[in-house]
Structure formats: C-alpha cells, structure tokens
Design a protein around this ligand. Structure first.
Ligand SMILES: *Cc1c(COP(=O)(O)O)cnc(C)c1O
Length: 365
C-alpha cells in the first residue's frame, strides 16, 4: 500500500462541483479583486474561527510584511524570529529594512522558547514574530510576558494554525497582529495564493486595511504607504466552500496524530507533543525526531511511505541571511531539529489503514 506524503487531489475531487459552481458565479459577476466573495470570506472566517476583524490578502507573506510596516519597524531595529520556521516569518522584518534576529526553539513544541526570546532582546529590539509552527500554539504566557516587559510589538504567524487556540483564544488575537496563509498545502488552503490579517486592536487593523490597497480608503486619495495585498475573488470563492469543512478536517488530523502517537514504537523516536496544557493544536504537520532521520526516510520511501523534511536548514544558516553574524552552533535546539526531524503524512483524507501502514513502516525500521 502506497501512502503519499500529501495528496490534495482527493479533497479537490470531493468538492469539485461546489467549487466550480462558486468560481463560475464569481466569474459571471466579474468579481475579481476584493468585492463580495472576499467580504463573505472575511465574515465567515471570523465567525467560524472567532475573529472579530479579518482582512483577506493575496498571500501569507503579505500580512507579515504589512504587520512589520504598520508597526513602524525600520533600519536600526531588530525583530526576533524563531530560527526553525518557513522563511516568510523573517521576510517582513527584512522587507522594511529591520534586522531579523534569530532565536532558539523549545525541544517539545518546536516553537520559540520564551527564555531564548528574553536572551535575544537588545536595546534595539522592537518586535517579535511568534510562529505557531506545525499548527501547535506557542507558549504565549511566557512569550507575552517577555514582550510586555520590553515593549515589543507581537506578530503571530498563524500560517499553519488556522483553527488553533491557546487557552480558548484563537491564535492571532493574543499579540498585536495575526497572519494566515491559504497556500494550497496549508490546513486551510485555496486554489492558488491567499492569506489574511487579523488583529484584536482596531487601530492596527485600520492601518492594515489601508496598506492592503495602496494606502487608500477613498479611491485615488492615498493616506499612507500602501501595497497591493488584495485577495482575489476566485480564492475567496473557493475558501468559502472549504471553510465549513475545516472543523471536520481538523478533528481528523487530531485523530491521525493520536493514532500515530499511540502506535509508534520505535526506539529513539520522539513524537511531537499532542497538545500542551494550554494549547489546542491543529496538526498541520506531524513531525517526528530521530537521530538517524535520513536512513529512516529511505526506509519509509522503500516501503512506499512519503515523508518530507520540514525544515532542513535553520534560518540563521540560510544563504540569504549570510553576514547576519549568527553562525552554526549558536542555536543548538533549532539546528538539532533540522538535523533530526522527519514529517509523516497527515492530511484528513488518509484512511486508518494508511495511517497503520505508516506506523508499521516506522516501527519496522
Ligand atoms: C506558508 C507560510 C508562510 C507564508 O505563506 P505564503 O502564503 O506562501 O506567502 C508564512 N509563515 C509560515 C510559517 C508558513 O508556513
């Protein structure tokens, strides 16, 4: 039995008729940039997941860029970013001329370590990007305490965490700004590029709204620096079809994760945490650690089980950040995660038989 790492075609086949009808309606109404589908999406996303204010954007990188711009970060400023995440978490700071300073993660959750945040703060630090990696909420209590003590602007990168909550509050509402990606492989993904911006702060939200569309509230009058970060109608139309299904998909991801944790019996393998006492994760990924990760991946591939390596290189060692002053050995937990992690298949359409096949393949290593 083959088990692909990810097969998005199953989900898209299942909703094909509804999605094509929604796309056709948008096409026929010529609603291409923002407009009614996007407004409907913003309302539904907010209602479904608990956000009072939502802005649809054109990717998950754009709201990070907007957040760094509206926070006023710029040259001479430092923004702390975990070293173990997707590159976009650091781009926003870099785009506005600030310096991303990479900090280490915790062993258990792969998320930014509050003690590492504290250690990374200097008199130039203005903000922090907290990532809820793999859908697991970061330890917000410790992180927010450090941020408050130093007056930092807190951006939550929720690209992998739509539906996750921390002590009952949806991620993205705990800090000053929250960002989402609807790239097709995310746990809520469109049929192309998409993203969203949320904030509990009305002032922050109003600034992001202006920035999304050329700094303009009234056509051809431009109040602030702006970008073109508009969501397009087709993406909103598809996401409106998918949103009612997200809760069921999340429940299935959690069930698969629990089945993996219960079934995997491989010496030296460290499974991800299933949840912290405060955080309800959504299992965007299920990432195992093993000291012989490469051999394990080969073994699984030979048995027809697809895996992925998320992420092979920590951000402080990426070529694009060469010269930043941080070097190998500086962030040992993130470096070890990159050297030992392997992500197993976890998507809602996996059958129990496939999950059991993955477990058997892992245990036979
Ligand atoms: C996917 C992702 C992003 C960026 O999303 P795009 O939509 O590809 O721009 C940002 N941060 C994290 C952690 C991601 O996984």
């Amino acid at each position: 039995m083959k088990v692909p790492f990810l097969d998005l075609s199953i989900q898209h086949k299942a909703i094909r008729e509804q999605a094509l009808a929604a796309l056709a309606a948008t096409y026929d109404a010529t609603r291409f940039c923002l407009g009614r589908d996007v407004e409907e999406f913003e309302g539904r996303f907010g209602e479904t997941l608990g956000y009072p204010r939502v802005l649809g954007m054109n990717s998950g990188t754009s709201p990070l860029h907007a957040a760094c711009a509206l926070a006023g970060f710029g040259p001479g400023d430092e923004v702390v970013v975990p070293a173990f995440t997707f590159i976009s978490s650091a781009w926003g700071a870099r785009y506005v001329g600030a310096k991303p300073v990479f900090a280490d993660i915790e062993e258990g959750t792969f998320n930014l370590d509050p003690a590492a945040l504290e250690a990374a703060v200097t008199p130039r630090t203005r903000g922090v990007v907290v990532v809820h990696l793999f859908g697991q909420p970061a330890r917000m209590e410790g992180l927010l305490a450090v941020a408050r003590r130093h007056g930092l602007f807190v951006i939550e990168d929720c690209a992998q965490a739509a539906g996750a909550r921390w002590r009952g509050t949806p991620v993205g509402l705990l800090g000053d700004a929250g960002t989402f990606s609807f790239y097709p492989t995310k746990n809520l993904g469109g049929c192309g590029e998409g993203g969203a911006f949320v904030s509990r702060d009305e002032g922050v939200f109003a600034k992001a709204r202006l920035m999304r569309a050329h700094g303009s509230g009234r056509r051809y009058y431009h109040e602030t620096l702006g970008f073109n970060f508009r969501m397009d109608g087709f993406q909103a139309a598809v996401l409106n079809v998918k949103l009612p299904l997200l809760a069921g998909w999340t429940a299935r991801r959690r069930a698969i994760a629990a089945r993996y944790v219960a079934g995997i019996r491989l010496a030296d393998a460290v499974p991800p945490v299933l949840g912290t006492e405060d955080g309800e994760g959504v299992f965007h990924q299920f990432t195992l650690r093993h000291p012989r990760r490469d051999a394990l991946r080969e073994h699984l591939a030979a048995r027809g089980v697809g895996t992925d390596l998320i992420y092979p290189v920590p951000l402080h060692l990426q070529k694009c950040f060469e010269g930043s002053g941080q070097k190998a050995g500086d962030l040992p937990v993130a470096e070890k995660a990159c050297a030992t992690c392997v992500s197993l298949p976890i998507f809602p359409e996996l059958t129990d038989a496939q999950v059991d096949e993955v477990i058997a393949a892992v245990n036979s290593f």
